[in-house]
Ligand binder design. Structure first.
Ligand code: ADP
Ligand code: MG
Length: 381
């Protein structure tokens, strides 16, 4: 039988296919520690060959969820299934799941080779099999010249790859990565992200990564589950959670956003007009049905906001807000403007596509912000 196609980012996806069987299923899982609920009636399905990201602030239950899949914690209620099998009572070492910890937890006195071989030696594998598998996996993570070194003779990035090799050598079906890049500097982090993506694709494995870094999740993941206090706020591909957030929480957690509270003033089909402090905002395509008078929010991304001087003309059909530039952040590739408008602080981000700017906007300048109706997002929750 042909192995299944990897769900390439953007391609047709098994999670949209009701006939597809997920590899990992959390079925109404709750985990309590005394009076505290770390994970609350959470259901989630992850498919084979996904690079799945659990994203949320510290303490929202991400690690607890992974530890229940790896077998280090037992759910208080609900079931965890792998390939249709209930994992209750299956000890960690008998689960086809391996976990890569944030701390790497390498043995400091052992060489790279011994660190990677350790798990196989514990299983009592024959010496030549261990040698072959360790050699193979060290080549995979580009550490074949480093087999004899001790962890303290390696850089942070190399130590991270030893930990990865040690997890991969066991040939897990699912690799869990709990904040695996936290100790790396920005540049190395980005390189490692792409290495991990390439490796996951090449090996055809299922990766589940835990992170509190939205850029990391957006870059790497086939899908993201955004978590909030032990629950899932939204599951979707990176473009879906960014462009169509399901709630105020998700909208605010992923990327920068303008969010204005208001009341529904008119509904015409999917077009919903909301009265706000920034004036009437007409959302072209509301994702949810609402009634006149309902309290809702309207959100839009800074990069979808046009900013011009107060005197300049704006084409029709856009929501226009007048205000004053409060501050300007020049970031090289783009500039962000914070604008005071009707008592609100709104953001506009402009890509610096050309090198010369004749007379840049500055703090105190009177401006207009304009947004097209299709850039506006209606939020009910
Ligand atoms: P995250 O990984 O998202 O930062 P965790 O899953 O580690 O969050 O923790 C979720 C919540 O459960 C936190 O409030 C944490 O304090 C609590 N918690 C986690 N592990 C334990 C434990 N072994 N005993 C008691 N409380 C715990
Ligand atoms: Mg954690």
């Amino acid at each position: 039988m042909e192995p299944p196609e990897r769900p390439a980012r953007g391609a047709p996806a098994p999670w949209d296919d009701p006939a597809a069987t997920p590899l990992v299923v959390f079925d109404a899982v709750t985990k309590r520690y005394g009076a505290e609920t770390a994970v609350a009636e959470l259901s989630l399905a992850i498919h084979e060959r996904e690079f799945f990201a659990l994203l949320g602030p510290s303490g929202c239950g991400k690690s607890t969820l992974m530890r229940m899949l790896a077998g280090f914690e037992t759910p208080s209620e609900g079931r965890v299934l792998l390939a249709g099998q209930d994992l209750a009572g299956v000890p960690p070492h008998l689960r086809p799941v391996n976990m890569l910890f944030q701390s790497y937890a390498l043995f400091p006195h052992m060489s790279v080779e011994k660190n990677v071989a350790f798990g196989l030696a514990m299983e009592g594998r024959p010496r030549d099999e261990i040698g072959a598998r360790v050699g193979e996996v060290l080549r995979m993570v580009k550490l074949d010249g480093f087999a004899g070194r001790k962890p303290h003779q390696l850089s942070g990035g190399q130590r991270q790859r030893v930990a990865l090799a040690r997890a991969l050598v066991k040939r897990p079906k699912v690799l869990l990565l709990d904040e695996p890049l936290g100790a790396l500097d920005r540049k190395l982090r980005e390189e490692t992200q792409f290495e991990l993506m390439a490796l996951q694709e090449r090996l055809g494995l299922t990766f589940i990564i835990v992170t509190h870094d939205q850029d990391e999740a957006m870059t790497m993941a086939t899908r993201i589950a955004v978590m909030d206090k032990g629950r899932i706020a939204q599951v979707g591909t990176p473009p879906v959670v960014y462009e169509a957030p399901a709630s105020r929480y998700v909208a605010g957690f992923i990327g920068e956003i303008n969010l204005v509270e208001g009341r529904v003033a008119a509904v015409e089909g999917r077009r919903v007009t909301v009265a706000t402090a920034a004036g009437d905002l007409a959302v072209a395509e509301a994702a949810e049905s609402v009634a006149v008078g309902e309290a809702v929010a309207v959100a839009w991304r800074p990069e979808k906001t046009r900013i011009v001087r107060a005197g300049e003309a704006i084409s029709n059909g856009r929501a226009v807000m007048s205000g004053t530039v409060h501050d300007v952040g020049y970031l090289g590739g783009r500039t962000t403007y914070h604008v005071e408008a009707s008592g609100l602080r709104l953001k506009a981000a402009v890509a610096n596509a050309s090198r010369s700017v004749e007379r840049p906007l500055a703090a105190g300048d009177k401006v207009k912000l304009a947004v097209t109706p299709d850039a506006l997002i209606l939020l009910v929750r």
